[in-house]
Design a protein around this ligand. Sequence first.
Ligand code: 13P
Length: 248
Amino acid sequence: MQKIIAANWKMYKTRSEAAQTARDLAESGVPANRRVVIFPPFTAIAEVADVFAGSTTVAVGGQDVYPASEGAFTGEISTAMLREAGASWVLTGHSERRHVLGEQDDFVAAKTSFALAQSLNVMLCIGETLREREAGQLQAVLRRQITTAFVRLPSDRLEKYFAIAYEPVWAIGTGKVAESAEVLEAHAVTRKTLCDIVGKIGCKIPVLYGGSVKLDNAAALIALDNVDGLLVGGASLAAQSFAQIVNA
Ligand code: 13P
């Protein structure tokens, strides 16, 4: 099975910087058992998409989306705007949107179902805070985040166009990667929840791990049960380090 290696560039890189990184990445190629998705800032989506135009292995996505076709939503971005810029994917529910910008499960759910219905591939991010983990709430938090998001999902699009990224909040940007046992446990909970809610199709939804992924832990993480890919932040900003992770 092809594993998905995704790059979240967050609020880094101007258009010219993103285009340069994309060109550098394009030179490295993608092995047959990997697919790559790059999430640049909105302003750089078109530049990055141009570099990978026609590619069957590298896709581009938006880091967020608003759940309406258009309207008076200052600062937001629509599915049509993303698609025309060259994005075929979108992230929803990233922990920085949930915890820095205050997005609640319901809003994340609305974005997720809207984007899927509008023909974007969605990577829904879930994950617990350190406080929740220490309070023994891992399973409850992941189940809640997944269940809420699934209330209105168009099930016909789930099989091919949906992925989940498990990103423990305490491992994001901290250098503190989750231990193998912690990743195994969280991915098993996620997998079971998906199978319980959507049945057969849910059992096949790719579940990626994210949080301080680096070259020295990428190969071990991706070899774990139920880990179908990686969502990389800091280590995806330099083309060389991301290319090494893609090839790990
Ligand atoms: P880091 O890899 O920098 O920890 O970021 C992870 C992340 O948030 C990817 O979406």
